[in-house]
Design a protein around this ligand. Structure first.
Ligand SMILES: Cc1ncc(COP(=O)(O)O)c(C=O)c1O
Length: 383
């Protein structure tokens, strides 16, 4: 059975060139970047080159980049790191949105339980936060504002740069979770009003277990991991050398192909939608998320009257990997907090399936997906 992988928002396969770089780095022998001998120096040099490459892609200084173990760690480090440092300056407020990844939302809730005052901004039916709401929420007591660039369940883009300007006006810090948007949108940190940016390698055809946190020079920041003096005392722990080198390679490939990556994902998305429209009646499915201001690789659809569990199980049996809600939720099949925040009926929320596209996907697969979905749908509607 040929399988179709339409779950690139959950994780991606390593790009062949990235895999080569990764294997070469592993094979090059042991080397703890903190060791003073030749092996250690070689490992340190590899990390240094990777950091330089990423800094040039992001238009920032290499010293502003901290390698972490995941996007989740980057998000947590930004929020705890900034909030705790800001508290010492008398700032106690945290502003975020209802559609953030749990790596942000749960970290914010944790900070709330430690005495911070949390404001969770609502979103409209397209999953977008309003500037007006942000304006009302951000003030001179705000420690940090955390808004994602593009949502991992719907793909909807957020006005993060405009909200960053609002944060600046009040001297609040701005964090952007760009885990899904990086590789599709350019991020020029010289120009963007952003103090913290979270990235994750495994969403851009890099390895799992490596993240990046940008911390603007001079930004108050308190590390969450304590131990060695790695990453200029901002993140203790021996670095994942091969992972970091491979991350830089994946980022160079992705950022060098932003437009063609976008066009490819968009082409698959449009093909799926066109074929579904040919095979389904208009009332049989509905798209969740913004139709224009969105990332190209995520397509969230509710198949009316069919539970996501049934659809996903049948898709899996037919060789198609997709997701319900976010990847972290897919095991537990909890109703999506993102779609719930968009105030959809429980029926629409519980029938939502996320398809996400990327490297290696073809129009033929898009075609096949629509046919398989139509067959499953017809079968489930009869039963
Ligand atoms: C928007 C967003 N933020 C953070 C994360 C967490 O990244 P990681 O899987 O590297 O921990 C994800 C992963 O799905 C994500 O989509």
């Amino acid at each position: 059975m040929n399988s179709i992988y339409f779950d690139h928002a959950a994780t991606t396969a390593m790009h062949p060139d990235v895999l080569n770089v990764y294997v070469e780095a592993v094979r090059s022998g042991p080397g703890n970047p903190s060791s003073l001998h030749a092996h250690g120096r070689a490992a340190r040099e590899r990390i240094s080159q990777a950091r330089d490459s990423l800094a040039s892609l992001l238009h920032c200084e290499a010293s502003e980049l901290i390698f972490t173990g995941s996007g989740t760690e980057s998000d947590n480090s930004a929020l705890f790191g900034a909030a705790l440092a800001q508290k010492k300056r008398g700032r106690n407020g945290i502003v975020t949105t209802a559609i953030e990844h749990h790596a942000v939302l749960h970290a914010c809730r944790q900070l709330e339980s430690q005495g911070f005052s949390l404001t969770v901004l609502p979103v409209d039916e397209f999953g977008r936060v309003s500037l007006e709401d942000a304006k009302l929420a951000i003030n001179d007591t705000t420690a940090i504002v955390s808004i994602m660039a593009g949502n991992n369940e719907t793909g909807t883009l957020q006005p993060f740069a405009e909200i960053g300007e609002l944060a600046r006006k009040h001297k609040a810090l701005m964090h952007v979770d760009a885990v899904q948007a990086f590789g599709y949108l350019p991020f020029n940190l010289k120009e963007l009003p952003i103090d913290f940016l979270s990235l994750s390698a495994h969403k851009i055809n890099g390895p799992q277990g490596v993240g990046l946190l940008y911390v603007r020079k001079g930004t108050p920041f308190q590390p969450i991991l304590h131990g060695g003096s790695q990453e200029r005392n901002r993140r203790a722990g021996t670095e994942n050398v091969a992972g970091i080198v491979a991350f830089a390679k994946a980022a160079m490939i992705a950022c060098g192909q932003l437009q063609s990556r976008w066009d490819h994902a968009e082409d698959i998305r449009i093909t799926v939608l066109e074929r579904l429209s040919e095979l389904f009646g208009p009332e049989q499915f509905v798209i969740n998320g913004h139709l224009e201001d969105r990332l190209p690789h995520i397509l969230n659809i509710s198949f009316t009257g069919i539970s996501a569990e049934s659809m996903l199980m049948n898709l899996d049996l037919a060789g198609v990997s997709a997701s319900g809600g976010s990847a972290c939720n897919s095991g537990s099949l909890k109703p999506s907090h993102v779609l719930s925040a968009m105030k959809f009926s429980s029926e629409r929320v519980s029938s939502a399936v996320r398809f996400s596209f990327g490297l290696g996907n073809t129009r033929e697969e898009a075609d096949k997906l629509a046919k398989i979905t139509a067959t499953i749908s017809a079968r489930l509607r009869i039963n």
